[in-house]
Every structure is written in structure tokens, then in C-alpha cells.
Design a protein around this ligand. Structure first.
Ligand SMILES: Cc1cc2nc3c(=O)[nH]c(=O)nc-3n(C[C@H](O)[C@H](O)[C@H](O)COP(=O)(O)O)c2cc1C
Ligand SMILES: Nc1ncnc2c1ncn2[C@@H]1O[C@H](COP(=O)(O)OP(=O)(O)OP(=O)(O)O)[C@@H](O)[C@H]1O
Length: 154
């Protein structure tokens, strides 16, 4: 390897990817993104498009707005609107060294790892931990925030 290559390799930042719906942002999201950012030099976040949120109610906020808010979080280098149909398109573009799944996300690490290997994408898959409530009334779920809104404003 020539000296130039070695220098180039040193300059390459370690990139992590986190992803999710991020509808109404709460401290649980911030915890996840900070934990994901802690394992890399820069954190890229893929924000899910409505059609790909199939395992729960559709988000109330537009994807672009959800992306803009996540992009403003200090731990995040850049937030990206997810691809409409192929979740590996942004992965191939960002080319992360590690994908950090959320503590309760329905993705199976081994399955995601196998899909990456199949595409020849050299990237680890790990999972973040949960953020426990700091006080009784803390709402750490978008669903529960919406329930509270309906209770009080519905
Ligand atoms: C590796 C990976 C890449 C993803 N890329 C996209 C994408 O390009 N477009 C998209 O709409 N969702 C993408 N997603 C998000 C999923 O579609 C799904 O909506 C999200 O994981 C839901 O997480 P949540 O229930 O925690 O919000 C990706 C998820 C993973 C694990
Ligand atoms: N309390 C929490 N602690 C750590 N991570 C969290 C917490 N809440 C959400 N996350 C993570 O944030 C990411 C995005 O979560 P999502 O957008 O589904 O929000 P949510 O609050 O979990 O939504 P809902 O409660 O409606 O399912 C996921 O990876 C999820 O694991």
C-alpha cells in the first residue's frame, strides 16, 4: 500500500447509520441517536417514508418535516429521506461502517447482516439500548404522546 493510500485511509471518517420514523421527536430518539453517533465519527440517519411504516399507524408529520427535525439534532451529521421502495439504496450511497438498530426495532440483525453481505456491503450491524424514563410522567414513545394529545385535546 503506498503512503498516499495509508493517508487516505486515515482520513476516511467512520460512518454509522441509524434509521426510523421519528414522527414526534422525544428523549428516547435523542438517546438512540447519541448512542449511534458514539460508535462513529459521523452519524447518518435514514428517515422512513410513510409507505414503509407498515408495522404501526402512519406518521402524522410529513417525511420531509421529520427529516428536517432529525437533521437539527447535534449528534446527527446528516438526515436523509429514505428511499420509497428499496431500503438499500441510501445504504449503498452512504456506505456506512456500522448500522445501529434501535433497541425495539423489528429488524433482525442477522437478516440485515445477510442482506448487506449479499450486496457486498462491508458493514457491521449492532443494536442500541433503551433509554429508561427519568421521571414518572416522561413520555418516550410517539404512540403514547399521540394518545396523550387525544386524551387532552381530542
Ligand atoms: C438498514 C435499513 C435501511 C432503511 N432504509 C430505509 C429507506 O431507504 N426508506 C424507508 O422508507 N425506510 C427505511 N428504513 C426504515 C424501515 O423502513 C422502517 O420503517 C423503520 O425501521 C421503522 O422503524 P421504527 O418503527 O423504529 O420507526 C430502513 C431500515 C433499515 C434497518
Ligand atoms: N425510549 C427509547 N429508548 C431508546 N430508543 C428509542 C426509544 N424510543 C424510540 N427509540 C428508537 O428510536 C427509533 C425511532 O423510533 P420510532 O420513530 O418508531 O419512535 P417510537 O417512539 O418508538 O414510536 P412508537 O412508540 O409510536 O412505536 C427506533 O430505533 C427506536 O428504537
Amino acid at each position: 500500500m503506498s503512503e498516499g493510500d495509508a493517508a487516505d485511509n486515515d482520513a476516511d471518517p467512520v460512518r454509522a447509520v441509524a434509521q426510523g420514523t421519528f414522527d414526534l421527536i422525544h428523549p428516547g430518539h435523542v438517546h438512540y441517536l447519541r448512542e449511534a453517533a458514539s460508535v462513529a465519527d459521523e452519524l447518518h440517519v435514514i428517515v422512513a417514508r410513510d409507505p414503509n411504516v407498515t408495522h404501526k399507524e402512519s406518521p402524522v408529520l410529513p417525511a420531509r418535516q421529520r427529516r428536517d427535525v432529525v437533521d437539527a439534532i447535534d449528534a446527527v451529521a446528516e438526515a436523509h429521506l429514505g428511499h420509497e421502495s428499496d431500503i438499500f439504496v441510501p445504504i449503498e450511497r452512504i456506505d456506512p461502517d456500522v448500522i445501529v438498530l434501535g433497541y425495539d426495532q423489528h429488524h433482525d440483525e442477522e437478516a440485515v447482516q445477510a442482506a448487506l453481505d449479499e450486496r457486498g456491503i462491508d458493514c457491521e450491524v449492532t443494536r442500541a439500548g433503551p433509554r429508561e424514563p427519568k421521571y414518572d410522567d416522561e413520555l418516550l414513545s410517539t404512540g403514547r404522546i399521540i394518545d396523550r394529545i387525544l386524551e387532552r385535546r381530542g
